[in-house]
Each structure stands twice: as C-alpha cells, then as structure tokens.
Design a protein. Structure first.
Length: 345
C-alpha cells in the first residue's frame, strides 16, 4: 500500500505526486486560471488519484466564505396531503453540492415570525447567501435581506414588487391549472368546478386564473362552480359537498392535492367513484396523488429543475453581485391517472 493511501491525503501529498510546489496545488484548487493547462491537468490528475479534498475550514478562513446556503424550513401544516417541498430541498442540496456549496437548514421557535433565524445567521456570517421561499405569502424576507445587502435568490416571483431587482425562480401556476382544466374539457366535461384557497392567497388566485381562462376560452360557464377554502382535507370535503348539491359538476379541478383528496372523501361517502363517476384533478403531484387508489391526476411542478435554476442564480449572484439577474419562469406538466376517468363525448 502506498503511503499516500495510509491516511487522508494532504496538499503536500498532491504536490509530491504531481511534481509541483504546494502553492501550485493551492492555485489549482482556488485560482486555476493562474496555471498553464498542462500543469493544471497534472495537478487535477493527482487530486483525483489520491482522492484529495481541500481543507474547508482553512479555505473559509482565507476567503471569508462559508460555502453554505441558508434555507429556512417552515413546519409541515397538519391536515394536508402534500409535502412537495421535499423534492425541491433534495434537488437543492444535490445541485448546491455540485456547485461546491452545502445547504444549511434552519428554523425558529417562533414559527409566526417569517424573519426569525435570519438575523442570527447574518450576524455570525454563517452563510454566504439565502434561498427564500413562500414569497407568495407576502413575507417580508426579500425587503429585509435587501436592506442588509444580504445575497439571496427567491423561489417564487416578487408578487408585491414586480420591479424587484433580486433573482428569482418560479413556476407558472396558472398554466398548470389551465392544463388540468383543458384536459377535462378534452374529455367532454363542461361542468368543471374549482376548489381553491382563500382570496388573500396570491398563489391560490394565480391557480384559479388558469381554470377561469380555460373555461372562458372554451365558452363554458363558471357561475356557481367555484369555492375558496382553507388548504385542508376537511375543507375540500365540505366544499365538494356543497358544490355537488348546488352546482352539479361532473368534474373538479383543485388548487392542491390536499383539496382533491377531500373531494375524493366526499365522493366515496356518496357511493361515487372518483374518475368513473366524477373526475378529479389535483395540483402538486404529491406522494398521495401517486399512491391513492385509483391514482389522482395532478399537475406536477418541475421542482427539481427549479432548484437547479436557483443554484445557477446563486452562483451568478455570488460571482458578480452587481449584475441584475432576470427571473426564470418554468412550466408545469400534467400527470394523468385514474381520477381523470373515461372520455365523455
């Protein structure tokens, strides 16, 4: 066994194997542009052969960079069927790692304060930048971070400030609900009900607008076919009861899989089969949508791609802070399952 393999390889080991100085190895890791191409290739080959990993602590002291990205995690809401942020966080961690960063998750004892936790990390310079989520709630993180010149990228467009100069990535929610509604129209439905969130939810209104647009373009009436409720299974259940009794829809489009599951509960209570009797389409393509029988059709958001775009924006922001990044809007798709039901032409 080579002595290089007996313990964790050091910068000196790489220098000896590559036949260069320690400073050359340091340049290869931190300032590769300073080296000739053949020298850089020789050092990188030695790094790969030895499995050398730079000392993070030493590099952080030298560059005053933590290589950490802060992400505040809100508690999971009880009574809901969706945990789609897990997909986003997993992809964010992977994409950040490939870019040389790690994600630091944080929360706070005060879950009612959207700014809790940010100040501690800023004061301790524990992170290089933040990823801000839940922007559709009108939370004040973006303005607060801008005032302190703290780098951040938002997952969600700046609803209250369309001229905001910070980078953001979002998903076209209206396009998603329009896609779901058009899918049911193509199946022959004309009485398509909407169950969404309360009017103070900007994201809920965005999703509702897609249903409205698709219905109006097809010259179908929406009178009496919409309901706004809390995002909970029980709320979807009660809204479906009222709509079935008063509006007699043949299909439902819901702002979330949580509400769609509530609709399915009501249908089961009435001896009706989701899909065969009444079509149901949710939003978010949660694990519940993928596993509940007979399979819940649902709008799938490209959360993995959103995380990749967020990391790209972070890299650009940290490399050239003075450059104003543009927002990125992604388009969702529709996962068709049993609750879409048969064609009704």
């Amino acid at each position: 066994m080579s002595r290089f393999q007996m313990s964790a390889p050091t910068l000196a080991d790489v220098a000896e194997l590559a036949g260069v100085s320690r400073q050359t190895v340091s340049n290869a890791v931190n300032n590769p542009d300073l080296l000739r191409a053949d020298t850089l290739a020789r050092v990188q080959q030695a790094i790969d052969q030895l499995g050398y990993k730079p000392n993070r602590a030493a590099r952080n002291l030298r560059t005053r960079s933590s290589q950490l990205i802060g992400l505040r995690m809100a508690p999971v809401q009880e009574g809901t069927a969706s945990a789609v942020m897990d997909r986003f966080v997993h992809s964010l961690v992977e994409s950040s790692r490939e870019a040389g960063y790690h994600v630091l998750l944080f929360t706070s004892d005060d879950h009612t304060d959207p700014l809790a936790g940010y100040d501690d990390l800023l004061r301790s310079t524990a992170v290089d930048a933040f990823v801000v989520t839940d922007t559709y709630l009108g939370n004040p993180q973006a303005a607060w971070l801008r005032e302190r010149r703290a780098p951040f990228v938002a997952f969600g467009r700046p609803w209250h400030d369309p001229d905001a100069r910070h980078p953001w990535v979002d998903i076209d929610a209206a396009a998603g609900s329009a896609l779901a509604t058009q899918h049911l129209i193509d199946k022959g439905h004309s009485r398509i009900a909407w169950i969404g969130w309360k009017k103070d939810s900007l994201l809920g209104e965005e999703r509702r607008s897609g249903w409205l647009r698709a219905m109006h373009e097809a010259e179908l009436s929406t009178t009496g076919l919409a309901s706004r409720v809390e995002d909970a299974v029980a709320s979807g259940r009660s809204a479906a009861q009222v709509l079935l009794d008063e509006a007699k829809p043949t299909a439902f489009v819901c702002a979330s899989d949580t509400l769609a599951v509530g609709v399915m509960h009501t249908l089961a209570e009435r001896g009706l089969q989701a899909g065969d009797d009444i079509a149901v389409v949710g939003f978010d393509d949660s694990q519940v949508a993928q596993t509940v029988w007979p399979g819940l059709s649902s709008v799938r958001q490209p959360l993995e791609q959103a995380a990749v775009e967020v990391v790209k924006a972070l890299e650009g922001l940290l490399a050239t802070p003075s450059v104003v990044a543009k927002g990125v809007m992604l388009t969702p798709t529709l996962e068709i399952r049993g609750t879409s039901g048969p064609d009704r032409h």
